[in-house]
Every structure is written in structure tokens, then in C-alpha cells.
Design a binder for this molecule. Structure first.
Ligand code: NPW
Ligand code: ADP
Ligand code: MG
Length: 277
């Protein structure tokens, strides 16, 4: 199977310019299920990255005691308590997992997705819950994306000795589960079981806690805006890495924070737009 590069040429064909006569409804409403008492940072990071990637509206669901943390850091986001799962009609896409923990309460979020039809990004603790509780994939009758790092991948699909082994299992699993798998790392690999892609952007400044949480917010944002699962993952992975590369103009790999990278998502879009005109 040919390994295609996710580079500017590839992304130029995927990205759709924002129409000048659009409104917030045009760009979708994303739901992020993220954060818990010790890991609200994951929810804040994912939410900021989601909003910086163009979504029209964002609602974040988490434990109610942490409401003020969200409002103080991101006034643009709306809050919903866990009952949100009873009515998913306002949303166009769901991202679940960053910082939610692996307890029984978080497990309920996974169960409540069974009737859902919206596209879903499963990341971090959502992947760990699926692995720990041996959730049957047949319950997921909606388009979905899995974004594991190598350790999460092995928890889901068994221990592997090498990246090339993981890549070939990822292709098989994506085909069998009818989903997109994003195997994260230095050169992130994406597959839908039919095509395979390798990202060309990003640097080791991303090798820090929270970088993956930002990626989840970005992919969820693109799904809510109407991109397919494969398009949203390609765009998210490429722009996440490009924003990190742009951050190297003012920071080093050592000093870079994921919040710096999120602030540079705008320059990454500008770079992309300048190559399209
Ligand atoms: N501010 C917040 O609130 C934050 C909250 N967060 C939230 O915390 C939760 C736990 O998530 P987590 O990923 O930190 O824990 P876990 O699943 O045990 O994996 C860690 C181990 O995996 C490995 N590994 C990773 N990448 C690899 C690679 N490329 N190549 C090879 N190995 C790799 C590596 O293992 P090692 O190499 O050390 O054996 C690493 O030590 C989750 O919900 C997340 O969203 C975090 O995002 C941080 C910021
Ligand atoms: N050396 C590296 N070069 C390029 N990208 C990297 C590197 N290290 C990590 N990344 C990227 O950073 C992100 C890390 O995700 P993850 O491990 O889930 O972090 P966290 O759970 O702490 O948010 C992934 O998108 C990965 O591709
Ligand atoms: Mg992660």
C-alpha cells in the first residue's frame, strides 16, 4: 500500500476556505467531553485548540465542580453537565477522552454514545476505557476516529515490538472497524484501512503533556465543520504540526508550551491560505 505524505499539496486539496457570508451555524457545534478534577488542563487545552480551528460553537461537558475553571479561561466555550448525552441534537461532532479518567462515571459516557450517530474522536482515557472494559466495537454505529499514542495503541490492540508492526495492525483494524486510526508519534501515521498517510510537520517541542489533547480538539473542530473523518484527521494532524513548527520562530523545542502552539494555529491557517490564493 502506497504511503502518501501529508504535506502542503495534500492539504491544499483537503482544506476548504471559509466563505465570507457564513455564520456560526455554518461552522458547526462541537461537543468535547474532557477533563476531571485533577486534569482540567486537558479540557482547557482541547477546547482552546477546537475553537482556534474554526468551529462555530463549542460545548464542553465535565464534572460540574470545575465549571468556573472553564469560564475563567475560555469565555467562548459553553458548559454542559453529563445529562448532555440525553440530547445530542445540537451537535455535529463529539470528541471524548482527554483527562476524563477511567472510572465508572467516565465509562457511562462511552455507554451513552451507543445510540449516537454523530462522528466521534476517541482519545486518551476514552481509549483506555475501551481497552480496560473490553467494549465491543459493534456498539459504535457511527463514523469514528481513534487517536492513540503507541502505549494506548498497544492497550487496545495488544503489545507490539515496533512501529512498523503497529502500522500494519492499524491498517487491518481500521479496515475491520470501518474507522480512521491516527497512530501518533514523531511521524504520525493515519489510515482508514484503504489509504495510508504519514505527516510531515511537527517537532519534538510537541513531546510534552497536552499536545495530544490539543490535536483532539482540532480534529473534533474539523469534523463539526463538515469534513469527513479522513479529511478532518489529515487537516488536524498537519496544522497541529505546522503550528508547532511556526512556534520554533519564537521558542525552542525545550521551551515550547502547547498553549504557545495553540496561539499559532492562526499563523498556520494564514500560511495555508497564502499558498492557496
Ligand atoms: N494538563 C493535563 O490535564 C494533562 C492531561 N493528560 C491526560 O492524562 C491522561 C493520561 O495520559 P498520558 O498519555 O499522559 O498517559 P499514558 O496513557 O499512561 O501514556 C504515557 C506513556 O505513553 C508512552 N508514550 C507516549 N507517547 C509515546 C510515543 N510517541 N512513543 C512511545 N511511547 C509513548 C510513554 O511511555 P514510556 O515510553 O514512558 O514507557 C508515556 O510515558 C489522559 O487522559 C490525558 O488526556 C495528559 O495529556 C497530560 C496533560
Ligand atoms: N518528537 C515528536 N515530533 C513530532 N510530534 C510529536 C513528537 N512527540 C510527540 N509529538 C506529537 O504530540 C502529540 C502527543 O500526543 P499524546 O501522547 O496523546 O500527548 P498528551 O496525551 O500528553 O496530550 C501527538 O500528536 C504526537 O504526534
Ligand atoms: Mg494523549
Amino acid at each position: 500500500m502506497e504511503l502518501l505524505k501529508i504535506d502542503l499539496n495534500c492539504i491544499k486539496n483537503t482544506y476548504k476556505k471559509r466563505p465570507c457570508d457564513s455564520n456560526k451555524g455554518t461552522h458547526g457545534h462541537a461537543l468535547l467531553i474532557a477533563g476531571s478534577s485533577n486534569k482540567m488542563g486537558a479540557a482547557i487545552i482541547a477546547s482552546k485548540a477546537c475553537l482556534r480551528s474554526g468551529v462555530g460553537l463549542l460545548t464542553v461537558a465535565f464534572y460540574p465542580e470545575n465549571k468556573s475553571v472553564l469560564f475563567n479561561s475560555i469565555p467562548e466555550a459553553m458548559y454542559a453537565n453529563s445529562c448532555v448525552m440525553n440530547d445530542l441534537s445540537p451537535y455535529q461532532a463529539i470528541g471524548i477522552g482527554p483527562g476524563i479518567g477511567v472510572d465508572e462515571i467516565s465509562l457511562q459516557y462511552i455507554y451513552q454514545l451507543y445510540e449516537n450517530k454523530l462522528p466521534v474522536v476517541f482519545d486518551a482515557d476514552a481509549l483506555n476505557l475501551i481497552a480496560n472494559y473490553k467494549i465491543d466495537w459493534n456498539n459504535f454505529n457511527f463514523p469514528f476516529v481513534l487517536t492513540p499514542h503507541p502505549k494506548e495503541f498497544d492497550r487496545l490492540f495488544g503489545e507490539h515490538d515496533s512501529e512498523s508492526e503497529r502500522r500494519s495492525i492499524a491498517i487491518q483494524k481500521a479496515a475491520a472497524l470501518n474507522c480512521v486510526i491516527v497512530l501518533k508519534g514523531h511521524k504520525t501515521f493515519i489510515t482508514d484501512g484503504i489509504h495510508t498517510f504519514e505527516n510531515t510537520t511537527g517537532n519534538s517541542g510537541l513531546a510534552k503533556g497536552g499536545s495530544g489533547d490539543a490535536l483532539t480538539g482540532m480534529i473534533t473542530s474539523f469534523l463539526a465543520q463538515g469534513y469527513t473523518t479522513l479529511e478532518a484527521t489529515k487537516l488536524g494532524v498537519y496544522l497541529h504540526g505546522l503550528a508547532a513548527d511556526i512556534t520554533l520562530e519564537t521558542q525552542s523545542e525545550e521551551s515550547m508550551l502547547i498553549t504557545d502552539v495553540i496561539e499559532n494555529i492562526g499563523l498556520a491557517f494564514k500560511h495555508l491560505n497564502s499558498k492557496i490564493q
